[in-house]
Design a binder for this molecule. Structure first.
Ligand SMILES: Cc1ncc(C[n+]2csc(CCOP(=O)(O)OP(=O)(O)O)c2C)c(N)n1
Ligand SMILES: [Mg+2]
Length: 328
């Protein structure tokens, strides 16, 4: 299906600025977060969202307060695009008690249920049934809230992908499933894990409106999500979106990603989502280079404040962690 053929209204200058700010904020968070990781300050894994920023940015910009998201192990970008406080996010990475999960969760478990963020998830594909559950709960409550689950090409091979989407379909849930297809599950190419690599067709097979889109085009993703959310709120959900993208580095910070073909990386880097958000802001709303530089400096400053906040907070102890887990 060619979703890009629809003719959306011209985006407002405010929307263009919001999209650029979000994409850039994610870029800074990931670039600087990798440095924190290399300094030994972040324990566990860190899966950078570099190169995929356009998806979280475009999708979340099209949602409303009161909607819900569920995310993946590569989840920092989704949290930021959903409006998370980056000080509390850095604190979570650094095992500080001021973190979103008191420092007990780390990178792969940042969640904020109070704001409808059902969380990042270390279990590949687990956000899909979780999102369908939230969408069902909202339907039962009579709410028109939309739930978006961000999943992955790897997650689409988990059995619950089809089971969950099928339930969402028979119940007409307000549910949008976004597959971030970056072509790899760790170092396994998608061509080696499935015969038909056009993952949106899996939705078509069970009667779900399904689209494939350039995952590096934040504006196109915004417009498509806006349409998908309207479809859901009109009682015609769910909708599946496959966003094709590529990560800028290996699976996690310590994976050199040698298996990633250089020509493919160059192709996607030439279509960098942050550059595209910046270009759209300049070209479509006439923002001058000096203003762009000021926005970038502001976001960098905000990140540095977030790190200061996190570093000044108390680190939780292993004993506290054990006591906390033992309660559940
Ligand atoms: C159910 C499950 N199986 C295996 C793993 C181990 N694992 C972690 S990430 C990953 C692959 C991730 O690839 P993909 O789902 O495409 O997401 P991407 O890393 O490309 O964003 C695997 C197999 C896991 N975390 N959960
Ligand atoms: Mg993948």
């Amino acid at each position: 299906m060619d979703a890009q053929s629809a003719k959306p209204n011209a985006p407002s200058p405010e929307l263009l600025e919001k999209i650029f700010r979000t994409a850039y904020k994610i870029r800074v968070f990931e670039t600087e977060g990798i440095k924190l990781y290399r300094q030994g300050l972040v324990r566990g894994y860190f899966h950078p969202y570099l190169g995929q920023e356009g998806i979280a940015t475009g999708v979340c910009a099209a949602l409303r307060e009161g909607d819900y998201i569920a995310s993946t192990h590569r989840g920092h970008g989704h949290c930021i695009a959903w409006g998370a406080d980056i000080g509390r996010m850095v604190a979570e990475l650094l095992q500080k008690e001021s973190g979103y999960c008191k420092g007990y969760g780390g990178s792969m478990h940042i969640a904020d249920i109070t704001k409808g963020n059902l969380g990042a998830n270390g279990i590949v594909g687990a956000g899909t049934p979780l999102g369908v559950g939230a969408a069902l709960a909202n339907q039962i409550k009579g709410s028109d809230a939309v739930t978006v689950t961000f999943t992955t090409d790897g997650g689409s091979n988990n059995g619950t992908f089809l089971e969950s989407l099928n339930l969402a379909a028979i119940w007409n849930l307000n549910f949008i499933l976004v597959i971030e297809n970056n072509g790899y599950a760790v170092s396994t190419r998608i061509e080696d894990s499935t015969r038909d690599t056009d993952l949106y067709k899996r939705g078509l097979a069970i009667g779900v409106e399904s689209h494939q889109i350039d995952g590096n085009d934040p504006l196109a993703i915004y417009h498509l999500t806006e349409q998908a959310a309207a479809t859901c709120r009109a009682g015609k959900g769910p909708v599946l979106i496959e966003a094709k993208t590529f990560r800028h580095m290996g699976h996690h910070v310590n994976d050199p990603g040698k298996y990633m073909p250089e020509d493919r990386l160059a192709y996607y880097k030439a279509r960098d989502p942050v550059d595209r958000a910046r270009d759209a802001l300049i070209q479509m709303s006439g923002v001058a280079a000096v203003e762009i530089a000021a926005i970038e400096a502001e976001i960098q400053g905000e990140y540095e404040e977030a790190v200061d906040f996190a570093k000044s907070s108390r680190e939780v102890t292993v004993a506290e962690f054990h006591d906390f887990v033992a309660q559940y």
